[in-house]
Unconditional design. Structure first.
Length: 54
């Protein structure tokens, strides 16, 4: 069974192998459901760090 991860921006769940986008912050890779959520994270990572990251 595939791991399900949660977008740290909006909370949407998706298969770990199918992120809509990724970004690295402080040497950790975060997965997002979409490029829109990734862009929001990149603009202000401090607002989202501490939420679910992969």
């Amino acid at each position: 069974m595939e791991n399900i991860v949660e977008c740290p921006v909006c909370g949407m769940e998706f298969p770990e192998s199918q992120p809509g986008a990724t970004a690295v912050h402080d040497a950790q890779t975060y997965q997002f459901c979409s490029t829109r959520c990734r862009d929001a994270f990149v603009a202000d990572p401090g607002e989202y760090v501490g939420n679910t990251g992969s």
